[in-house]
Ligand binder design. Structure first.
Ligand code: ZN
Length: 483
């Protein structure tokens, strides 16, 4: 009990939560072989092309959460786990779907989606890591890729269509842009589904990843049990995760056995998970109802991370434009918890809402001085500069930061907007084209490059860059059509 009390005190004081965990030395026993390419028709290149098709739909979907802090959190967590997977060469894309059902899914080519509902249902970071590890397991064992290849579709496009139909069946029809009927999706879902063997393989790979990456392996069986208990109370409304990843008593027992063969060790958990969860909660229902929930949590000492409750109140206060109330919470956070980029980002948003550009400017410069690579801060500052018509400063900011985020489409969109206000047509279309290319929309990118070459402005140097890029994109599109 002493241990529990110490942990409770530490939780209140520090954003890093220490948990005692087992280190399962026996995990590696009986690990399956990595998914073998010879057993499939699908090459790694085909898989990558399917992943690009899926990502294009993902980017175009209004169901995908566009919050740089939550996305970066999931992306960092996902890549930390993927770096410990048995397949070091597999590429991964992680994103968050605005859907409060409890689910996560993996697509060929390492595309992994996590529902907001799963983040809200998880008690700690290791529980989310357990589910991500399981999904990474499906990817590196090439379960879906092998099943899709077995459907004897020889073209990458038709396999991508199948994968998207599956995505619709498994998660959310809106994600696929309505290209497929629910009936088609369901019939495909019936043809292709994870088997019990696949589930067991994904669990074992997932556990190994959790262990290697230094997470609490016990979180995996305990989260599975939570999900199963939840489904027992309301039959028919089982968490979507259980429908797509059939969970049997034997499966949980197998995972639990492997975990408990290990020894104790200390686990570190970040505060960020709790901040991300509070950010999601602060946007559910009305601002007042959200504030109420956080306040009750504080009164009843019902929290894993006290600072996250104050952070949630600050966000909900900002939502209803109670700037003094939000500032009060930020002051509490600055005094009582370890500095964190998410706190300073709220401070900048409060300053912007205060409508004094000079105060906002100062706040952004201070925050970016401490957290120069926090994307939410860079985005926020860029938008502030755009809204206050400081276009040259905005372009300078992007020039300074862009090399660290070369694949980020939003930097190019901001640039396009800046050039648009300056009336620079060639540069605007060029930037917009680069944004589309990074959203995997090659056709849209090519259209913009065409417009850029036809623009009346631009010097010789700019024109030749645009022409070369247009030819390159044309080539890429032709290659795709040949599949
Ligand atoms: Zn599964």
């Amino acid at each position: 009990m002493l241990e529990v009390a110490i942990i409770a005190t530490m939780k209140a004081l520090y954003p890093i939560v220490f948990l005692i965990s087992f280190a399962p030395f026996a995990l590696a026993d009986g690990l399956p072989e990595l998914g073998d390419y010879s057993a499939t028709v699908m090459s790694p290149l085909d898989e990558q092309r399917i992943a690009d098709e899926i990502m294009r739909d993902v980017y175009a979907s209004s169901q995908v959460l566009e919050d740089p802090e939550i996305n970066d959190y999931i992306d960092d967590l996902g890549h930390r786990l993927a770096a410990n997977s048995p397949d070091k060469y597999q590429r991964f894309n992680f994103f968050v779907v605005k859907d409060n059902s409890i689910n996560a899914f993996a697509m060929p080519g390492g595309v992994i989606g996590v529902h907001t509902g799963l983040l809200l249902a998880a008690k700690n970071e290791s529980e989310v890591a357990g589910v991500l590890g399981h999904e990474i397991g499906h990817v590196v064992q090439r379960h879906l890729a092998r099943m899709l290849a077995r459907q004897k579709n020889d073209s990458v496009i038709s396999m991508a269509t199948m994968a998207l139909a599956l995505l619709a069946a498994r998660s959310n029809p809106q994600l696929t842009g309505g290209a497929l009927t629910a009936a088609t999706a369901n019939s495909i879902q019936k043809q292709i589904d994870y088997t019990r063997e696949h589930e067991r393989e994904a669990d074992r790979v997932g556990l190994q990843i959790l262990e290697n990456a230094g997470f609490d392996t016990r979180a995996m069986p305990s989260f599975f049990e939570t999900l199963q208990k939840g489904s027992r109370f309301s039959e028919g409304s089982a968490p979507a995760f259980l429908r797509t990843h059939p969970l049997t008593v034997e499966r949980i027992a197998d995972v639990r056995n492997r975990v408990e063969q290990g020894s104790f060790r200390v686990i570190q958990e970040s505060a960020e998970f709790h901040f991300v969860k509070a950010k999601l909660l602060a946007n559910i229902g009305t601002a007042d109802s959200a504030i109420n929930i956080f306040r009750i949590n504080l009164q009843e000492n019902n929290f894993s991370n006290e600072a996250a409750q104050h952070y949630g109140i600050a966000l909900a206060m900002l939502r209803k434009n109670d700037l003094d109330g939000a500032r009060e919470q930020v002051n509490w956070l600055r005094k009582n918890t370890v500095p964190n980029a998410m706190i300073e980002t709220v401070a900048t948003r409060i300053a912007v809402a205060g409508k004094d550009p000079a105060v906002a400017e100062q706040q952004y410069l201070e925050a970016l001085g401490t957290y120069p690579e926090h994307r939410a801060l860079i985005y926020g500052y860029a938008e502030h500069l755009l809204n206050s018509r400081q276009v040259d400063k905005l372009l300078q900011l992007i020039a300074d930061k862009q090399s660290q985020f070369p694949d980020d489409p939003y930097f190019y969109e901001l640039k396009a907007r800046a050039y648009s206000t300056q009336g620079k047509s060639l540069l605007m279309h060029h930037a917009q084209g680069e944004a589309y290319a990074r959203r995997y929309n090659l056709r849209g990118a090519l259209e913009q490059m065409d417009l850029a070459t036809k623009a009346q402005d631009g010097d010789f140097y700019e024109k030749s860059i645009v022409e070369a890029r247009r030819n390159q994109l044309r080539q890429q599109l032709d290659d795709k059509r040949r599949d």
